[in-house]
Design a protein around this ligand. Structure first.
Ligand code: ZN
Length: 139
């Protein structure tokens, strides 16, 4: 384990734009406000979603696409720098009309409506390629 103390800096609430991409909206907020590290929670609804699952044996993401209205029952993530740009690592639990849940690493989704709370940190977080996992993890 690698850890560090962080200091909370700024707080934002945001309403995501109808028809925009869920993760891009969060990254736009970070970019516009010069945020290099943050934690966020969000909720709302999307019109479709591309959810990724990381295959730990093949060390590749597998994508699953859903082209249907979904509730964002829960969404949690963080912002850190990847190749010098703010990257919103985003996970979500989505639910169908039946109440059945789908979940995973949220790559993209078209916003129907969304609300975000973001807490930024003084200390930047930077991602770099990690050998054992072949993921971009915090330094
Ligand atoms: Zn993930």
């Amino acid at each position: 384990m690698d850890y560090r103390e962080v200091t909370g800096k700024r707080e934002f609430v945001a309403r995501l734009g109808h028809g925009a991409d869920w993760r891009s909206e969060i990254e736009s907020l970070a970019e516009d406000e010069g945020v290099e590290s943050a934690w966020f929670v969000a909720m709302g609804a999307v019109q479709d979603a591309d959810v990724w699952f990381y295959d730990q044996d093949e060390k590749e993401y597998r994508e699953v696409s859903f082209d249907e209205p979904l509730e964002v029952a829960s969404c949690v993530g963080n912002v850190s720098l990847l190749d010098g740009e703010p990257f919103a690592h985003t996970h979500a639990v989505l639910s169908r009309q039946s109440g059945q849940a789908l979940a995973g690493h949220l790559d993209s989704a078209t916003v129907f409506a969304g609300e975000v709370y973001m807490r930024t940190f003084e200390e930047p977080l930077v991602r770099e390629h990690d050998e054992p996992t072949e993921l971009d993890l915090w330094l």
